[in-house]
Design a protein. Structure first.
Length: 768
């Protein structure tokens, strides 16, 4: 299966999005389709053996809309899309301007009729129905052309949208007025006074267009996070080619180019420093406010700001592969996704318009039959058609998701989809991997104790054997041993028959000697006695150090004490998570004594230690079920166990990837491996655990905002439609004017988007 993102044009309401979804899903070979009205974007999963993108685009075209492929290389809106949006805004401005002038003239001309008073300061020709007919026609058919066009397209595919309601409502007011103008005697003969509603039709169309203009501008503000990210990118780079330093556009930078950066300049692309030292402000990408010191060999991120020194770096990622481009892509995909809470609104909008039309017909029939008043029946019917608004329901969730995910990116938190954003606020248990998550992930050897003491002539020979084997391993502890050997100026030897045993250790042959390095548990499984150094092992583990055992030819020769410093923010962030009501668990492959020592330092009471990498996903599954002895893959289960808990896993290594995928919400430390990041739902660009607190706070704020929007949208329609139908007339003699109905409808969507924009003021609460 393949997934493609489409840019969609021509939608006017949430019902349009539902129509496009149905059209795409009807294409053979399409397995999933999600259309987001808020960002005018669709995501389609399809089988390329059964269909093509062109076929899907044609299905959208047949439904009356336009779909274009969103290229991977494009970051944000391209020039054509910007031009199209600008042209659309200009057209709306012109139509609103014309509509406003005509509406004002018509309103003045109708004052006498509306007030029942003879107003001498108003010229009689302003109230002439023939003058009003000619003045209203451009508004009805030019300003309101899009309503008729979209309603006709919907009718051809046997559907109905918001435009259908507007076209029906304003046409009823306009064409009744035209009939009364052309055939007043017929109405008088029927005992009806000719009534004219030209101003109603014009004002309603103008107000709705004004609302759409405001809505378009407000929705544009929800994309501000994307524009900010794109604006971070440097425009040019200073590179060295053929021994010459030259200035080139950023798109011309190639991998392996040597780039020169001076103080105060933006780093153009990602790379690795090859010369110089500097301090770099990475806050615009990672959210970290403290600048970081960079030396030769350190990585630098494009779009970050060089503060103090000059340096040269070799480009390693350019174009769409840079960190910034990947962030923009992830944010775009997240903003185009749908949250599960949106399903209810989608179901409602699916039958909303037909039901409103049925209510409008019933309103007309009931009022005309019971009151015998055509004017009353017409006003109530037009009011029902005009006030109904599925747009507010369609915008309630996606606008909040757009702002929320954008705000997350500003704080160095990449949320891969709306579902992850929604689920994060329900987390009850959070499991933290120890190495690289709670700790720095850069262990160092602090103690080297042999069976003959801490200083003897065989120590360097033994270290040579051990370090030579460890050099073949990618484990962080192996790296610590190798780095320690380098400080002792040990020369490495050739290793044969190297083997790594997951969660246990490594072994290999060096100069015909069998070398084994690993855990005490593994040594017991191999039958290697460890009593000789048991006392030293207990001493080191009591002070929170990880102990690895070293054996040569089946006999223990030494142990190493390895310390991994705790991140300065870990304890503070863990306290903040606990204050949010979360159960915090530490999961590690380390021995229990060391794990419990570190857990005490950071304030964690629940520790699961000595877990092999292949067991981590099973442990997560059992915690999800609430039963530690259960190994069922719960994430795939359809029915949740009564004791089950919503669980998040935080990790950074390759061995954490299965556990991250198993958890309800997988959170990867961005400083970790690509595999872990790919398996996660949320990525923290920095390694600071405070970002987890921020992510959960943001999720809770976003969900609260979505609920407010849905409440406003539902209440508006539940209360507005009956009032427009005249439910208050028998009690108070008051009927809602179609003009007021049009104004209320126009601003209902604007109010929802404006409420979503309040999330832009979100500020994480600092952990204390």
């Amino acid at each position: 299966m393949e997934t493609v993102n489409l840019k969609l044009r021509g939608m006017s309401c949430a019902a349009c999005a539902n129509s496009i979804e149905r059209a795409i899903r009807a294409v053979p070979g399409v397995s999933a389709s999600s259309v987001n009205f808020g960002v005018e974007q669709g995501t389609v999963t399809y089988d390329p053996r059964k269909t093509t993108v062109e076929v899907i685009q044609n299905a959208v075209k047949d439904a009356g809309y336009v779909a274009s492929l969103q290229e991977e290389e494009s970051i944000g809106e391209d020039a054509a899309e910007k031009a199209a949006r600008a042209a659309e805004t200009r057209a709306l401005n012109r139509k609103v301007g014309v509509g406003a002038i005509v509406s004002l003239i018509l309103a003045i001309g109708s004052l006498s009729a509306m007030t029942g008073l003879k107003l001498p300061f108003i010229p009689g020709w302003l109230s002439n129905p023939w003058f009003q007919l000619m003045l209203t026609a451009p508004v009805q058919f030019w300003c309101g052309y899009s309503f008729y066009r979209n309603a006709w397209k919907a009718l051809k595919r046997h559907a109905a949208t918001m435009d259908t309601l507007i076209a029906l409502g304003t046409s009823a007011a306009y064409f009744y007025s035209v009939f009364a103008t052309l055939f007043p005697q017929f109405l008088l003969h029927q005992g009806l006074m000719p009534e004219f509603y030209y101003e109603t039709a014009a004002i309603v169309i103008t107000l709705i267009l004004l609302g759409r203009l405001f809505e378009a501008r407000a929705r544009g503000q929800t994309l501000e996070a994307i524009r900010k990210l794109i604006g971070l990118q440097a425009r040019e780079a200073r590179i060295i080619r053929n021994g010459q330093e030259m200035q080139v556009p950023i798109q011309d930078v190639q991998i392996h180019d040597v780039v020169v950066v001076r103080p105060g300049e933006k780093i153009p692309v990602d790379g690795e420093i090859v010369e110089g030292i500097s301090t770099i402000d990475e806050s615009m990408v990672t959210g970290e406010s403290v600048p970081s010191k960079k030396h030769v060999g350190d990585e630098v991120i494009g779009a970050t700001l060089n503060k103090t020194g000059s340096f040269k770096f070799r480009a390693t990622r350019v174009g769409k592969d840079t960190v910034l481009a990947q962030i923009v892509k992830l944010v775009q995909e997240a903003q185009g996704s749908k949250a599960p809470i949106q399903r209810l609104a989608d179901q409602v909008t699916g039958w909303f318009v037909p039901v409103v039309i049925a209510i409008a017909i019933a309103t007309f029939v009931i009022w005309f039959l019971t009151m015998g008043n055509l004017t009353l029946a017409l006003i109530a019917t037009v009011g029902v058609l005009i006030i109904a608004c599925p747009c507010a329901l369609g915008l309630a969730t996606p606008t909040s998701v757009m702002v929320g995910t954008g705000k997350g990116a500003e704080n160095g938190i990449l949320i891969k989809g709306a579902e992850s954003l929604e689920l994060a606020h329900q987390i009850q248990t959070i499991v933290l991997d120890k190495t690289g998550t709670i700790t720095q992930g850069k262990p160092t050897v602090t103690d080297f104790v042999t069976t003959q003491g801490t200083a003897n002539r065989n120590e360097l020979k033994l270290l040579r054997l051990v370090a030579s084997v460890e050099r073949n391993s990618e484990h962080p502890l192996a790296e610590a041993v190798v780095n320690y050997a380098k400080t002792q100026q040990v020369e490495f030897a050739t290793v044969h028959d190297f083997e790594a045993i997951a969660g246990s250790g490594v072994r290999g042959m060096v100069s015909d000697r069998r070398v084994q390095i690993g855990t005490q548990r593994w040594f017991h499984e191999l039958g290697i006695p460890t009593e000789a150094l048991q006392h030293e092992r207990d001493r080191l583990e009591a002070i929170g150090k990880t102990v690895i055992w070293l054996a040569v030819d089946g006999e223990v020769q030494a142990i190493m004490g390895i310390a991994d410093a705790i991140k300065p923010s870990s304890a503070q962030a863990i306290r903040a998570l606990q204050r949010l009501g979360l159960e915090v668990v530490m999961l590690t492959g380390d021995n229990r004594s060391t794990a419990e020592t570190i857990a005490r330092e950071v304030g964690i009471s629940h520790v699961i230690a000595e877990v092999r990498p292949d067991q981590k996903a099973d442990v997560i599954a059992s915690l999800q079920r609430g039963k530690p002895d259960t190994r069922t893959n719960f994430k795939q289960a359809k029915v949740r166990h009564p004791q089950a808990r919503i669980l998040a896993m935080v990790g950074d290594g390759i061995n954490d990837a299965p556990a991250l995928a198993q958890a309800d919400v997988g959170i990867a430390i961005g400083t970790g491996t690509d595999v872990a990041i790919a398996a996660s739902d949320i990525t923290l660009i920095s390694g600071d655990l405070q970002s987890i607190v921020t992510a959960i706070q943001l999720s809770r704020a976003t969900m609260q905002n979505i609920r407010q929007n849905l409440f406003f949208a539902f209440i508006y329609n539940v209360a507005g439609i009956p009032i427009a139908a005249g439910i208050l007339f028998p009690f108070f003699g008051w009927l809602l004017s179609p003009i007021l109905a049009g104004g209320a409808m126009a601003f209902s969507s604007v109010s929802v988007v404006t409420n979503a924009l309040r999330l832009r003021k979100f500020q994480p609460k600092a952990a204390t």
